[in-house]
Ligand binder design. Structure first.
Ligand SMILES: Nc1ncnc2c1ncn2[C@@H]1O[C@H](COP(=O)(O)OP(=O)(O)OP(=O)(O)O)[C@@H](O)[C@H]1O
Length: 699
């Protein structure tokens, strides 16, 4: 039976004992070292108070002696911020080596890196740095601790397949089982066979340690390099860090709530009425309901006599600009109570210092892929217990807190699933397949998966990649298209669109479109002012659809001298536009590096739409004949879909369209839509459309 090791009051000798059943090692504590590198600054005192500190020597001992260590500890125990520092203090970054710590989310990467730099008294980007897509804050000659998303680490393997510069790689929040985390774990296991000296740490609050340990267990005894005294044992070790931060009192509703958004707003007002000072963090699902809740609360704050006076209400979601993000972390002004209304991007690894209260709606927006209809969409779905614990863990980090769950205790105990479904099993696998192919993994079904992806989803992905001309008949990357697509750090469909634009002579425009598609929205969401927003949109609207409209907005922004005033007047998100300019600049540099020409098509919207179709032909839809409510059917699976109200083609309903993505609420809605001529589909992807002739009658 596997057991976790917990340090006792006495200090046993260091012993390693093989567990016959699972091959897990029981580890007894080595004597603590006398020199831990700690001084007496206020940060040092704070660091020493964290639960993980008692385990410092045990962690270092495990890392020294085991290729893989699985560390389980409560939220707030100090895993993310402390372990990389312990490793650095113990010399794991000497000789130019780097300690990596991955996170599933970009915001967590940035904020944890800043905190660690602050604790170490160094400037971010020097000894402590971070890398997220399109942003590198490291200095290769001095960075010793590097935080990065798991996706970025996978990308680094394209240049350095064995990740040779890293001495230790810590995969944090592994319980989230994001697509990239699962791919990364499989790849790291492969790397470990070639680099038995590489140390891997898997950490989380709620991970299933035993199955993770089984995954990293070498299959054959002779693969265990433990006999070589200079190498660590390849058998994984598990360590359970006991103790948590401050207490978080959990409250449940007595009856299920009919409307979680309204219930969340009421909960905030009631906390403001009844509870002592302290900021509030609310978990809702996506930009739409967050903006709605922000509006409801802000409307309330207009009037000083209302229950919400003194509230400073801020949204938090992934498309937010850096400036808006910084507001979330800035100290709350005196006399105010900050209310941050967030998606699940604030669920793991974040510490918002003033937060004392958490309101958990019990829902999040999750990606779901149906391999039968071949449709991937974002759906509002119930969260798991693991997520609920992470959410509660955002309170009680710097003082005791309370978590108000907007679901009943009975629901939590009896109905909420323990873990979420790994993203691998509910996603379209196109990006995953191309990444593995680019890393030379040819037999993808035979890859060492923590949990295998559904074979039908894999077949669908191979089919789309073949139709895109990214894979050949032997399922190998084509040259040059396949390799070039793999080089561009965007969804393969966007990458293919860019490469086709280079051939068609419209790459200048397409990289602008790609920049806009890579952020959540360029429009300011202004509930209550929807009429004004719609009127302004009309000024930019292009009959061909949203992508061409984006070009009009971008031109207006550039012509205005990139003015924030101009954005304000036109309900356009200034920070989002700055980001588009930035992404565009990076893409143009990347294309130049690939030896591809940047050319403008000067308003030839037909060529532009052909380039878009070259990437997105699989997302084509036809308006249902006699449809009075704008119902479309997808060509690939006859799924019923509608144009999203935010699109400039909403209510215009052209006969044939291609969309960028789907969101699902009461219906499947297409976001970012263009009108097309169906004959272009056959030109772009004859193979794909031949397969679908029964559905596909262009004329
Ligand atoms: N930015 C910050 N400001 C103030 N305190 C912080 C900050 N970041 C971390 N801390 C303190 O350090 C503690 C440990 O944070 P850390 O992120 O290392 O924990 P963790 O075990 O990785 O938890 P989780 O899995 O929830 O991220 C926090 O509970 C908090 O007390």
């Amino acid at each position: 039976m596997a057991q976790f090791w917990r340090p006792g009051s006495e200090r046993p000798r260091a012993t390693l004992v093989d567990d016959e059943e699972g091959g897990i090692l029981f580890v007894s504590a080595p004597p603590p070292s006398s020199s831990s590198g700690f001084g007496h600054s206020s940060f040092d005192r704070l660091r020493q108070r964290l639960p993980v500190f008692k385990y410092r020597d045990a962690i270092l001992y495990l890392v020294e002696n085991h290729a893989t260590a699985i560390i389980v500890g409560e939220t707030g125990s100090g895993k993310t911020t402390q372990i990389p520092q312990y490793l650095k203090e113990a010399g794991w970054a000497e000789g130019g080596r780097v300690i990596a710590c991955t996170q599933p989310r970009r915001l967590a990467v940035q904020s944890v890196a800043s905190r660690v730099a602050e604790e170490m008294g160094v400037k971010i980007g020097e000894e402590v740095g971070y890398t997220i897509r399109f942003e590198d804050q490291t200095n290769p000659s001095v960075t010793a601790i590097k935080f990065l998303t798991d996706g970025v680490l996978i990308r680094e393997m394209m240049d350095d397949p064995l990740l040779t510069k890293y001495s230790v790689i810590m995969v944090d929040e592994a319980h989230e089982r994001s697509l990239s985390t699962d791919i990364l774990l499989g790849l790291l296991k492969k790397i470990q066979r070639r680099r038995p000296e590489l140390r891997i740490i898997i950490s989380s609050a709620t991970i299933e340690a035993k199955s993770m340990s089984n995954f990293f267990q070498p299959r054959k005894k002779n693969l265990d390099h433990a006999a070589d005294v200079s190498l660590p044992s390849q058998s994984p070790a598990i360590l359970s860090v006991e103790g948590k931060g401050y207490t978080v009192e959990i409250h449940y509703v007595e009856e299920p709530v009919p409307d979680y958004l309204q219930a969340a707003v009421d909960a905030v007002l009631s906390i403001n009425d009844k509870e002592p000072a302290g900021d509030i963090l609310v978990f809702l699902t996506g930009q739409d309901d967050i903006d709605a809740a922000v509006k409801l609360l802000r409307d309330n704050t207009q009037d000083d006599r209302r229950r919400s006076s003194g509230l400073l209400v801020l949204p938090l979601y992934s498309g937010l600009s850096r400036v808006d993000q910084d507001l979330i972390f800035a100290p709350t002004p005196r006399g105010k109570r900050k209310v941050v209304i967030s998606t699940n991007i604030a669920e793991t690894s974040l510490t918002l210092e003033g937060v004392v209260y958490v309101v958990d709606s019990g829902f999040s927006k999750q990606r779901f892929y149906n391999s039968i209809s071949d449709i991937e969409s974002l759906v509002v779905a119930p969260i798991s217990k693991a997520s609920a614990r992470q959410r509660a863990g955002r309170a009680g980090r710097v003082r005791p807190g309370k978590c108000f769950r907007l679901y009943t205790e009975e629901y939590f105990l009896k109905e909420m699933p323990a873990e979420g479904i790994p993203e691998m099993q509910r996603s379209n696998l196109v990006s995953c397949v191309i990444q593995l192919k680019a890393l030379g993994v040819d037999n993808i079904l035979g890859f060492d998966w923590l949990a295998s992806p559904p074979p039908e989803a894999m077949v669908r992905a191979l089919e789309v990649l073949y139709s895109l001309g990214i894979l050949d008949e032997d399922a190998k990357l084509t040259s040059p298209i396949g390799y070039q697509v793999a080089e561009i750090p965007l969804d393969p469909m966007i990458s293919k669109m860019i490469l086709s634009a280079c051939n068609l002579g419209c790459s200048e425009e397409i990289i602008t479109i790609a920049g806009v598609l890579s952020i959540q929205s360029i429009w300011v969401s202004a509930r209550g002012a929807q009429k004004e927003v719609d009127e302004v949109k009309l000024r930019f609207a292009a009959a061909e659809g949203d992508h061409i409209t984006f070009l009009n907005v971008y031109k207006g922004f550039i012509d205005s001298g990139k003015s924030s005033q101009w954005c304000y007047k036109n309900y356009i998100n200034y920070q989002a536009m700055k980001k588009v300019v930035d992404v565009r600049e990076q893409l143009s540099r990347l294309l130049r590096r690939l030896g591809l020409a940047l050319k403008s098509c000067e308003k030839d919207t037909q060529i532009l739409r052909k380039a878009i179709i070259a990437g997105f032909f699989a997302n084509s839809c036809r308006l249902e004949e006699y449809s009075h409510n704008g119902q479309y059917k997808t060509i690939r699976s006859s799924q019923e879909v509608y144009i999203h109200p935010s699109s400039v083609l909403f209510r215009v309903n052209p006969k044939w369209v291609v969309y960028h993505s789907l969101v699902s609420t009461d219906k499947h809605y297409m976001r970012n839509v263009i009108a097309i001529d169906p004959s272009w589909l056959i030109d772009a992807a004859p193979h794909f459309y031949q397969l679908r002739t029964p559905n596909f009658a262009p004329h």
